[in-house]
Every structure is written in C-alpha cells, then in structure tokens.
Design a protein around this ligand. Structure first.
Ligand SMILES: [Ca+2]
Length: 94
C-alpha cells in the first residue's frame, strides 16, 4: 500500500490524489509520488482572461487601424468637395 493507494482497488488509479492534474496511475507509471504535486497546476481561469484581454485589445487595434484610413479619406474628400464648391461659387460671383 505504497502512497496509501490500495492495490486491490483500481478505482483510486483514476483519481488525482494531489490535484496536480496527473492521475495516480500515470504518476505510478512515471515513477512519481501521487501524493505530492509534481507540476505547478496552471490557473486556467487566469490564462483564459489574459488571452481574452489580448484578443479584445487586438480587435480594438484592428478596428482602429481599419477605420482610421476610411475616416481620413472621408475628411480629404469632404475638404476637396468644399474647395470645389468654393471655386464654383467664386466663378459665379464674377
Ligand atoms: Ca496527481
């Protein structure tokens, strides 16, 4: 009964006694101690939030980079139309 695991009870093989994400049977096969965490378990929630924040940031950046030239082009077109109207008005005043 090494590591308090019952060799007659196969159900504890599929349990992760130390909560490190590696099943007891796998720890046994790898020669690890199933009662001691062998890897630092990853905080999936933290990773998920970080990835989500990065994706949102990249999305905002992409939208800004896509919209900025359109706005700039619209401004340039409006300015040239305004100049054209002014020149037409000036020619009509003569
Ligand atoms: Ca384990």
């Amino acid at each position: 009964m090494k590591y308090n695991l019952n060799p007659l009870d196969p159900s504890d093989a599929l349990i992760d006694s130390d909560g490190d994400g590696i099943l007891n049977v796998d720890e046994y096969m790898l020669g690890l101690d199933p009662t001691r965490k062998d890897i630092v378990s990853l905080d999936v929630t933290y990773i998920g939030k970080t990835v989500l924040a990065v994706l949102i940031g990249l999305s905002i950046l992409a939208v800004v980079l896509l919209i900025l030239p359109i706005v700039a082009q619209g401004y340039t077109e409006a300015k040239s139309q305004r100049q054209e109207i002014h020149s037409v008005l000036r020619s009509l005043q003569r």
